[in-house]
Design a protein around this ligand. Structure first.
Ligand code: SF4
Length: 282
């Protein structure tokens, strides 16, 4: 297979972002439904290992029953579990949501804090959730590394890391700040529609000419095997593009911070964890 020359990294990043903007627009959208900030926080906690669509089916009744963080913070865990049962990991999620709302109510007067370090003290909240809140509620430039962002950022050669926090820092260096929030929204859409985990549709992908992992025969990626490494002309970064390890749950939320739920309702319980395998959460 002939080698395909990629643009130098800086130009390639710019071309990818421009293509994403053109394809998907620049409107900031959130796939989780909510009316108030604390509801988005609860929805994101629920989205661990669960699709956004499922979360959106669960939350209307939950928010109808519990109308404020205080009410949810004082709720009976068993009752909350019933409301959120279909979102999975319901024992841990119920505990986290209740503990989180308790803290919102008691420490923050029912408001959702804006600072990362404060958000990270809430049960069930890790960097992903905190960045969703900062981006969507406070419009603070923040990069949410969910399952799609993790996988596709590796494919695009923006990071070769596996750890979401390291990927987040890599992306901060690569992406201009005005695209930190949009990047996540765009990549979620790309990951759902084209660069799907099991079989990326490279032949249909508008990023094919810029993507070092493109498997399209017409535009073969440099060394077009699934586990190739791509050396960029300019920055000479080598990017492993091997099959992303199963979309397994990788993210454990910083334990030292939030702590509420620990009940293992299933083996390998999610702890007070954000999980990157499921809902993309905005
Ligand atoms: S070219 Fe293929 S691997 Fe690259 S982003 Fe598009 S679908 Fe994903």
């Amino acid at each position: 297979m002939p080698k395909r020359k990629l643009l130098p990294k800086k130009q390639r990043v710019a071309a990818i972002l421009a293509a994403l903007d053109e394809q998907y627009g620049t409107e900031k959208i959130c796939y989780l439904n909510y009316n108030e900030p604390w509801q988005l926080l609860v929805a994101v906690i629920l989205s661990a290992q669960c699709t956004d669509a499922r979360v959106n089916m669960v939350t209307p009744a939950l928010f109808e029953r519990y109308k404020t963080p205080q009410e949810l913070g004082e709720a009976d865990p068993k009752e909350v579990e019933e409301y959120i049962h279909s979102a999975g990991f319901y024992v841990t999620k119920a505990r986290n949501i209740i503990a989180c709302c308790q803290r919102l109510s008691e420490t923050y007067g029912g408001e959702v804090p804006s600072q990362l370090d404060e958000l990270l003290t809430l049960a069930g909240v890790g960097r992903k959730t905190a960045n969703v809140i900062r981006g969507n509620i406070y419009d603070e430039p923040s990069i949410v590394v969910d399952t799609h962002v993790k996988r596709i950022s590796n494919k695009l050669g923006f990071s070769k890391e596996n750890d979401p926090e390291k990927i987040e820092y890599d992306l901060m260096k690569v992406l201009p700040k005005d695209h930190w929030i949009l990047y996540n929204i765009h990549i979620i859409t790309l990951g759902r529609q084209i660069c799907v985990a099991r079989r990326p549709k490279c032949g249909e992908c508008f990023l094919a000419e810029y993507c070092p992992s493109c498997q399209c025969p017409a535009q073969p990626a440099a060394e077009a095997s699934g586990a190739s490494a791509v050396t960029e002309a300019a920055g000479a970064i080598a990017v492993g593009t091997g099959p992303e390890t199963a979309e397994a749950i990788t993210v454990a939320e910083a334990s030292g911070t939030s702590a509420a739920g620990t009940g293992p309702e299933t083996a390998g319980a999610i702890d007070s964890a954000e999980v990157s395998g499921g809902g993309a959460a905005c």
